[in-house]
Design a protein around this ligand. Structure first.
Ligand code: BGC
Length: 530
């Protein structure tokens, strides 16, 4: 029996944005429970809940001020537990974000640590008399942070942070920090969750003369974490957020003894590049550069998430190309990325939105959907930082969007003429069998009947024009011939002689054989039937 996550479809959900049950303007656990019918209907296997801990919310919860509670606007611990139980009752799994690299500067550990150089908590963080150390470590939030060091006038020393200056990095050289983190994992595993998406894992340790990423000490701790989880909570999932090249990602799988899953960051921007250039080459290349991973491991693949569409894993030339193509309006650019959702990136062209999703579902890996993209939600570029892609979920055609009747929701609801709640909402798309939502629903259901798509090798049909992405996925579990046309021009594909195929997405469409033609941005999932 293969582990559950290998062929799972994940759904990433921002709790604050999902559904507000008490109309205080923030989504909450009770609100999420009220929407579980929807997630069950959609057919996803596992929900990933973004950080729900106590936090000043200066980085939407990735700045944790207490690891042992729920943010008050989201409910109390019992609400969380009830939600996990209800999800399990419905056959849904749930993983939660855990931020291991840093805390909020409001966390009592940091508050105590910064009080004096002799504080017993001082060593929980990384301090220095100068800001000269670890100069080879890049700055990640380039637009806002001039340095990875911030001076703390209280004690006259600098503290280290890889992200915002209000997120001091924990000091993993301190065994007490490592133990504290294991205790935190234990606490949440005891609540019955199915695992964690572990945030920003490459940066746990710092060493002079290195870029302070992917260090052996970091892997040592992560392996210890995995041993701990396996020993006490076997079968729970650890999914790594490590925005790295495939060869640097491989050690995060270890020999199947570190993370079971890692996001495949580099393939994502290349899917957008391939579509814009009508040229599959960069995707073929990155998949060829992706090494095999242990049997028990899986890639998590995605088109969009709550962050900017990161362009860290492309060349400077390709980055310029992506910016020119997808963010000509400079307001859409942030750090080394693009702060837009899938539908606007595709100019709301339904054909392209479907095509990208089809690639997500048929290339190797377990797909992760970002809440709202299944209905083609838009973004709000007037909001700061990455907030424009974190607006409230649009449930119904009502100024509250069915999200919250609060007069001051945490974020404006998208209401423009193209992407507003009036045009784009769950209810109207559920009623319309031809909606994007129904197409995604069908892709999810079909994907589940084709377990071969999870891990089987990828064999490209190289003889076809570069403007196509056509490939076999074949193993003892079956075979799928996935066809994609990246261009407006019709694409003729000669199917292998003597084989008849069924279109898995449209089984009633009759058998396919001989030569078939894909229309503009067309796609087919063909299964040999004879
Ligand atoms: C998360 C970001 C967050 C950062 C700092 C990440 O990689 O995805 O949203 O800002 O970690 O915690």
């Amino acid at each position: 029996m293969q582990p559950w996550y290998i062929n799972a479809v994940f759904y990433q959900l921002y709790l604050r944005a999902f559904n507000d049950s008490d109309n205080d303007g923030h989504g909450d656990f009770t609100g999420l429970r009220q929407r579980l019918d929807y997630l069950e209907w959609l057919g996803v296997d596992c929900v990933w809940i973004m950080p729900m801990y106590r936090s000043p919310l200066r980085d939407d919860g990735y700045d944790i001020s207490s690891f042992y509670g729920i943010h008050p606007t989201y409910g109390v611990l019992e609400d969380f537990q009830m939600t996990v139980e209800e999800m399990h009752r419905r056959g849904l799994r749930v993983i939660v974000d855990m931020v291991v690299n840093h805390t909020s500067d409001q966390h009592p550990w940091f508050q105590e640590a910064r009080r004096s150089k002799d504080s017993p908590m001082r060593d929980f963080y990384v301090w220095s008399d100068t800001d000269e150390k670890y100069r080879e470590a890049r700055i990640i939030f380039l637009d806002t942070e001039p340095s990875n060091w911030t001076f703390d006038p209280l004690t006259g020393q600098y503290y280290w942070h890889r992200f915002f200056s209000h997120q001091p990095d924990l000091n993993y050289d301190n065994p007490k920090v490592r133990q504290a983190m294991l205790d935190i994992f234990k606490f949440w595993l005891e609540m019955g969750i199915d695992g964690f998406r572990v945030d920003a894992v490459p940066y746990l340790y710092e060493r002079e003369g290195t870029d302070c990423e992917n260090l052996p000490e970091t892997h040592e701790f992560l392996k210890e974490l995995r041993r701990f989880v396996d020993e006490h909570y076997p079968g729970r999932l650890l999914l790594a957020e490590a925005n790295q090249w495939p060869h640097d990602l491989l050690p995060y799988f270890g020999n199947g003894d570190e993370f079971q899953m890692c996001f495949h960051f580099p393939v994502m921007p290349r899917l957008y590049m391939a579509l814009a250039r009508q040229d599959r080459s960069s995707v073929v290349q990155i998949m060829a550069d992706t090494p095999p991973i242990p049997e028990s491991c899986q890639w998590a693949t995605f088109l969009r998430n709550h962050d900017e569409l990161t362009l860290e894993m492309v060349t400077p030339e390709d980055r310029e190309y992506m910016w020119d193509t997808y963010a000509a309006d400079r307001r859409y650019r942030i750090n080394l990325g693009i702060r837009r959702r899938l539908a606007p990136l595709m100019d709301n062209d339904r054909r392209k939105i479907e095509l990208m999703n089809s690639l997500l579902f048929t290339l190797p890996g377990a797909p992760v959907l970002y809440y709202g993209d299944e209905i083609g939600m838009g973004d709000d570029v007037t909001l700061p930082d990455r907030n424009g892609v974190r607006t409230p979920m649009q449930w119904i055609d009502d100024p509250s969007a069915g999200f919250s009747t609060s007069a001051s929701p945490y974020s404006p609801i998208i209401s423009d003429a193209v992407y507003g709640y009036h045009q784009v909402n769950v209810q109207s798309q559920q009623l319309d069998p031809n909606s994007l939502l129904h197409t995604i629903h069908r892709m999810i259901a079909t994907r589940k009947t084709l377990p071969v798509l999870a891990k089987a090798p990828l064999d490209w049909l190289h003889e076809l024009p570069l403007s196509s992405m056509c490939f076999w996925r074949r193993s003892s579990e079956g075979a799928v011939l996935a066809l994609h046309n990246l261009s407006e021009e019709p694409l003729a594909v000669r199917l292998p002689d003597g084989t008849t195929f069924t279109d898995a997405l449209n089984p009633d469409g009759g058998p396919c054989q001989g030569e078939i033609t894909l229309g503009a941005y067309g796609y087919r999932w063909l299964v040999p039937s004879s």
